[in-house]
Design a binder for this molecule. Structure first.
Ligand code: C2O
Ligand code: CU
Ligand code: CU
Length: 529
């Protein structure tokens, strides 16, 4: 019997929260019980900081064989992870021996090679939906492929979703790092099961540094702390619990929301800080959850960077909002607060982490500069082409589910977005759905022009663009270079994109992983001229 999308979401929400069975009396649909993190002792585990990866040697650069560049080998493996002191170890998929995996650190212009080795088991432990494109049952369960999110990477090293490989195989990728200092991240991108592989733990950070940033004297070393946020749900014995739909052969759910928000892979950790300035490099790596972080006591902090590096100037905030895939670079001043205990809260007031402020061990010589990096606002007149791209959804033929699409076009249809290398385009993301979709383009960085409410009915039915409000410029904290943008419901979000770097096949997609896995992703070609 067909159900509405809202009803489907409601059921999925209940499933995710584990409160009830979606269909009373149908035992095969009973959701597994879910661990309630509020019952655990908070702040008993120190915040883990992912180790910085070490190269195993050097190899000739694919760009210039006369130059030797660092060579890393990182293996995807099934591991046991201690999420909380009082839980049994959780089976995860990690990189090396952790999830998030080790952080890759590099400098602008310093290329590197990474061998991503697939040492995963042959079977998946999460519910694959074999109806989804690319997730057919004849494919090996432990397949994977890694993409560097935010990296300006040649197409053959970008981690194209259909280029996944099986356990026992590996791929060597070349990251030239010809880009400005920024916090990037790597994660799985396997067609049709990407949401499950990332949920299992295949992700980590990647930091690019450059002299311009170093000259700013920002807090560094142990005073620069990465924070990776994502939500999960767990069985009462601490094992990952990914929800399923009410239809056993079609387990895909439209969004995942867990009741446990982890920081660097720990549930409710604490961090000891000194009474001085800190720099936090923040990533929202959740499947579908938008995070809204604040400090107890309403303490202000300063956002200095976004997805693709530094903002022109710091932006003072009391709440930081990040959609899945987005990053923020933040300075927090703890001086004068020795002895204080501060909680980091998500959404209204749910604590996710505790900060314990100790006396500073030395004077704080780091700075919060008033000017960070000049960013030239791009002019609309630079664009040679404007594309209007609809973010929509359709009911599946069976009528009991639905699919979200980019411009009404499924993944396997011929390429429709084909910008010319070194040209500038404006993309109008026309969101006719009820949800915000974080839209990400591989290879490039872009600027947000504005967001504007429009008549979605007229657009869908009569192909008319009727604005029903004025244009809103990007928020100050979004006014830098981005690679992921929140396309709000009922709005046209306009972005201006210089297509620079390489010609070849890339992808663009919604970064809500459940959407991405169910057709809300399209290939695009950068054409050499
Ligand atoms: Cu975070 Cu296609 O990527
Ligand atoms: Cu990406
Ligand atoms: Cu989406």
């Amino acid at each position: 019997m067909p159900i509405t999308r809202r009803e489907y979401l409601r059921r999925a929400g209940l499933l995710a929260a584990g409160f009830m069975s979606p269909q009373h009396g149908h035992q095969q649909h009973l959701a597994r019980p879910v661990l309630d993190p509020a019952k655990l002792s908070p702040f008993v585990d120190p915040l883990p900081i992912p180790a910085v990866a070490r190269p195993s040697g050097t190899r000739p650069s694919p760009a210039d064989p006369a130059i030797q560049i660092p060579y890393y080998r990182l293996a995807m493996r099934q591991i046991d992870s201690q999420i909380h002191r009082d839980l049994k170890p959780t089976r995860c998929w990690g990189i090396g021996s952790s999830s998030p995996g080790p952080t890759l650190e590099t400098r602008k212009g310093q290329g590197m090679l990474v061998e991503w080795a697939n040492e995963l088991p042959g079977a998946h432990f999460l519910p694959i939906d074999h109806r989804l494109h690319g997730a057919e049952s004849d494919k090996p369960g432990g397949r994977a492929i890694i993409h560097l999110h935010g990296g300006k990477v040649p197409p053959e090293s970008d981690g194209y979703p259909e280029d996944w490989y099986a356990p026992g195989k590996s791929a060597v990728y070349h990251y030239p790092n010809n880009q400005e200092a920024a916090l990037l991240w790597y994660h799985d991108h396997t067609m049709g099961i990407n949401r499950l592989n990332i949920f299992a733990g295949l992700l980590g950070l990647y930091i690019v540094r450059d002299p311009a940033e170093e000259s700013l004297n920002l807090p560094r070393g142990k005073y620069e702390v990465p924070l990776v946020f994502y939500d999960r749900s767990f069985d009462p014995d601490g094992q990952l619990n990914y929800p399923v739909s009410p239809v056993p052969a079609e387990p895909w759910v439209p969004e995942f929301f867990g009741n446990a928000v982890l920081v660097n892979g720990k549930l409710l950790p604490y961090l000891e800080v000194e009474a001085r300035k800190y720099r936090f490099r923040i990533l929202n790596a959740a499947n579908g959850r938008f995070i809204h972080l604040s400090l107890s006591g309403g303490q202000e902090f300063h956002q200095i960077g976004t997805d693709q590096g530094l903002l022109p100037a710091p932006v003072t905030l009391r709440q930081l909002s990040l959609a899945p895939g987005e990053r923020a670079d933040v300075i927090v001043e703890f001086s004068g607060q020795a002895g204080a205990t501060i909680t980091v809260n998500n959404d209204s007031l749910r604590p996710v982490m505790q900060l314990r402020v100790a006396r500073a061990t030395a004077g704080d010589t780091s700075a919060l500069p008033a000017a960070l990096r000049p960013i030239r606002r791009m002019a609309e007149t630079e664009a040679v082409k404007t594309r209007s791209l609809m973010l929509g959804e359709i009911d599946d033929l069976r009528g009991d589910s639905f699919t979200m699409l980019l411009n009404n076009t499924p993944w396997h249809a011929a390429v429709t977005e084909n910008p010319v290398l070194n040209s500038v385009e404006i993309w109008n993301l026309m969101n006719v759905t009820d949800d915000a979709h974080p839209i990400h383009l591989h290879l490039v960085r872009f600027q947000i022009l504005d967001r504007r409410r429009f008549n979605t009915f007229a657009y869908q039915n009569r192909d008319l663009v009727q604005y029903t409000g004025g244009a809103t410029p990007p928020e100050p904290c979004e006014a830098g270079w981005k690679d992921t943008v929140r396309a709000d419901p009922g709005m046209v979000t306009r972005i201006i994109i210089p297509f620079e770097g390489y010609a070849g096949r890339y992808v663009w997609h919604c970064h809500i992983l459940e959407h991405e896995d169910n057709e809300m992703m399209r290939p695009y070609d950068v054409i050499a001229r």
